[in-house]
Design a protein around this ligand. Structure first.
Ligand SMILES: C[S@@+](CC[C@H](N)C(=O)[O-])C[C@H]1O[C@@H](n2cnc3c(N)ncnc32)[C@H](O)[C@@H]1O
Length: 302
């Protein structure tokens, strides 16, 4: 039994690696017929304390605690979570319902970012926003970051965190990316240089697969707006979902090329190239899942 209690834990990634190793022992790849347990057990908002310590004592292990650890340097205030309120994300939102059919209003970009001419990275389905907050804090002067998220409470909380961290290069918009990506991104003054779709809702049932966020119109809009050399990063812990995104992007081989200069296995990147894992990624790896990743760049068409 691995024991890593309050006294010995730190903000390093060591506990994450230990947890990953322990929990990967019993793991096996899964497909849609056997969806990963955490899709039904994970509660999106933090019910854990602000403490970054974690106790890896069999049943006491909590993957939420691992998220706290991985994002410890953001030092986010949990008072904000309490103010915004608890939001369970057990059920997937249906982006095709009429309540999500209106595109999000286009903001005045110069009121959103200090310098709206900077290159933009968009994270589609940004969840809690921690991933973009972390990147934005690392790259304050070189890029702007935009999270599109269909759950309003997550957006509200993420923007409160933006203010609290005093960042002027990251923003979150409550939006159904399927209908809002095009009007929002085509109006952005600077170049679009990176799009990520990370662990999107899997919508396992056959009849619900049209609810998956990456559909042909979004692929077209991403490609049209992306600058030459710009990148698209996709990942999922569900092979079928990753394969679905891969098939759609591979079809665009006249403009998109998979970046295979990094380590790959069967065409999947072995490592996360972003320098930080998303929350879903942390939870999934904690459960022993493999993450399937692809990175594409847009070819300069002459
Ligand atoms: C499984 S979570 C993954 C969150 C984050 N990317 C991560 O890896 O931790 C998928 C997120 O996408 C959001 N989402 C689903 N469909 C969406 C859509 N059409 N537009 C915007 N966000 C969407 C969900 O609300 C959820 O927060």
């Amino acid at each position: 039994m691995v024991s890593l209690c309050q006294a010995c834990s730190s903000t390093s990634t060591t506990p994450l690696l230990v947890a990953k190793r322990v929990f990967s022992l019993a793991s096996s790849p899964f497909g849609h017929k056997n969806p990963p347990r955490h899709y039904y057990s994970f509660r999106g908002f933090n019910s854990v304390s602000a403490s970054t310590s974690v106790c890896l004592d069999s049943k006491e292990v909590r993957s939420n605690g691992l998220v706290e650890l991985e994002y410890a340097e953001l030092n986010l205030k949990y008072k904000i979570s309490e103010e915004v309120g608890h939001a369970r994300i057990r059920q997937h939102v249906n982006p095709l319902s009429s309540s999500f059919s209106t595109p999000a209003p286009v903001p005045a970009w110069d009121g959103v970012y200090k310098d709206p001419s900077l290159p933009l990275m968009v994270d589609i389905g940004s969840g809690s926003g921690r991933f973009l907050l972390w990147l934005a804090k690392k790259n304050t002067d070189s890029r702007n970051y935009l999270g599109l998220e269909i759950r309003q409470k997550l957006v509200k909380r993420a923007n409160l965190w933006v203010n609290e961290l005093g960042l002027s290069n990251v923003h979150f918009i409550f939006a159904n990316a399927m209908v809002s990506f095009e009007p929002l991104i085509s109006s952005y003054p600077g170049p679009l240089d990176f799009v990520s779709i990370l662990c999107p809702d899997p919508h396992f049932k056959k009849r619900h697969q049209k609810r998956r966020v990456l559909q042909k119109p979004l692929v077209t809009s991403i490609i049209q707006n992306l600058k030459p050399g710009g990148k698209i990063f996709i990942q999922s812990d569900v092979l079928e979902v990753a394969q679905d995104m891969r098939d759609q992007l591979d079809k665009e081989s006249n403009v998109l090329q998979h970046v295979d200069t990094v380590d790959t296995e069967e065409g999947w990147l072995m490592e996360n190239p972003m320098g930080i894992r998303t929350e879903r990624e942390i939870h999934a790896e904690f459960e022993g899942a493999r993450i399937y990743r692809r990175l594409y760049h847009k070819i300069q068409v002459t």
